[in-house]
Design a binder for this molecule. Sequence first.
Ligand code: ADP
Length: 220
Amino acid sequence: MKQSFAIIGLGRFGASVCTALIEAGQEVLAIDRDEDRVNEYMDIATHAIVANAQDEMALRSLGLRNFDHVIIAIGEDIQASILVTLMAKEMGVTRITAKAQNTYHAKVLEKVGADRVVHPERDMGERVAHQLISKNILDYLELSDEYSIAEIQISNDKFADKSLLQLNLRQKFGLNVIAIRRKNQRLIVSPPADEVVLLNDVLFVIGETKDVEHMDDVMN
Ligand code: ADP
């Protein structure tokens, strides 16, 4: 379904969100106070406008309330990011996603009304670190402070050629398998208990991050 997005700030993060949304067939209004940035995205975004979002009149004239999502991708200028989030909330924007530079910034953004706060540098750093430490965890997505979805590759004979029932990951590690990716096959979504896991299969598991790490340790 086509949705409408307004992105304020076309730095590296905002620009990459803009490009990905357009590639996914969505409608994007791109806003930046820097004319050169806006010119760069004129032909990429659905619409691109030069505006200083900190200026309340300018922000009001954008009609942000009419968008399904507003993304505040102002990075360096933390004060501007907080003020624009606050004003967007006061204008009645339904879904605000804001980019935080650090933990304190994130807390303030949540307080002033961001529905979702993202920390791209921190999150990517954590993902890369996990991938570097473990040869089994190919990727992982943090759902909250405690829970994650991880892609774990079965690299150990002890785990291979056994059904999910026999592996019993729920009892042993507190993890649920939501899908299996097998070479040259379609993704097996919600695998049945009698599905036999093969060497080099990738399991998508959901559970507490500490339990994912425990399973990874046991497999190493
Ligand atoms: P990143 O780390 O994602 O590259 P930057 O801080 O470098 O983020 O970029 C943020 C962008 O937001 C810049 O293009 C900047 O011009 C824009 N920006 C900053 N403040 C405002 C504002 N008040 N109104 C509109 N755009 C802004």
